[in-house]
Design a protein around this ligand. Structure first.
Ligand SMILES: C[S@@+](CC[C@H](N)C(=O)[O-])C[C@H]1O[C@@H](n2cnc3c(N)ncnc32)[C@H](O)[C@@H]1O
Length: 248
């Protein structure tokens, strides 16, 4: 069993099997205040949790810069322009949190139940902290597969899909050992997102202004129409598919 859940009520809500330590490759379990996803540390590294208050997100919140960040530029956040964004590949919510911190309303869509549970937990804790409560108030999380039901998910989240942000999994995107282990864990859960071309198609149908796709710098674009613009920094690249100009 790849994922088991220690808490029976959470297992039932997520529709995942119940398990005790050692019974599943990855176990979703409460550690202190946090819900974590833990596996054999030699394969998967430290247990994974979503933390918008401290850790990497907290550091980026305090020192990470403003609308010059690549994800913000890609999504069209500029002076006087703050579009609403659908992040159809929410993952651990890092990109969505950056956008929400800069004032954007963000709908997060995640299809993997265990990742969704980590995100729900991270958002719940961030709501209780005065430094992050206002930011996460702009974030709405829904569970579902954006390739199959993007339009319905967007309607249920009540966020206008001016910009749709996509960051599907891509093999071997980062060489650092820590990220490699985290990626291994992610890949065990989420696979390699082979349906990314169909997701792009769905996003292009639903977005009113633009679709932006995060890729490793040297990776080919997602199969399909060619991007209108490409922007990049040292670590990653965004392919931009533009329908219409975002106005102030
Ligand atoms: C590389 S991660 C995204 C990381 C994210 N940008 C962040 O900042 O944490 C990709 C995530 O998208 C999710 N995903 C991929 N395709 C999806 C789809 N069609 N619908 C919903 N979630 C999807 C995967 O389950 C995985 O959690």
């Amino acid at each position: 069993m790849p994922v088991g859940v220690a808490d029976p009520a959470l297992a039932a809500r997520l529709g995942l099997p119940r398990a005790a330590e050692g019974q599943a490759e990855l176990l979703l379990v409460h550690q202190g205040e946090r819900l974590v996803l833990a596996g054999d540390p030699t394969r998967f590294g430290h247990p994974l949790a979503v933390d918008f208050v401290a850790g990497r997100a907290g550091h980026r919140r305090r020192f990470g810069g403003g609308r010059g960040q690549l994800v913000a530029r890609a999504c069209g956040l500029a002076r006087g322009v703050t579009p609403s964004v659908v992040d159809a590949t929410a993952g651990l919510g890092r990109d969505a949190f950056v956008l929400a911190r800069l004032g954007a309303k963000v709908l997060l869509i995640e299809r993997v139940a265990a990742i969704l549970a980590l995100l729900e937990d991270g958002l719940a804790r961030a709501r209780l902290d005065p430094e992050t409560a206002d930011i996460v108030a702009r974030m709405t999380l829904v569970h579902g597969d954006a390739t199959r039901e993007l339009e319905a998910l967007v309607a249920s989240g009540a966020v206008a899909p001016q910009v749709i942000h996509l960051d599907p999994m891509f093999p071997h995107r980062d060489k650092s050992a820590l990220v490699k282990k985290e990626m291994r864990l992610f890949r065990t859960l989420a696979g390699n997102d082979p349906d990314a071309p169909r997701l792009l198609e769905a996003a292009l149908d639903v977005a009113t202004h633009r679709v932006v796709v995060k890729r490793p710098r040297k990776a080919p674009p997602i199969e399909g129409p060619s991007p209108r613009h490409v922007i990049e920094d040292r670590n990653s690249r965004y392919d931009l598919y533009v329908h219409r100009r975002l106005e102030a």
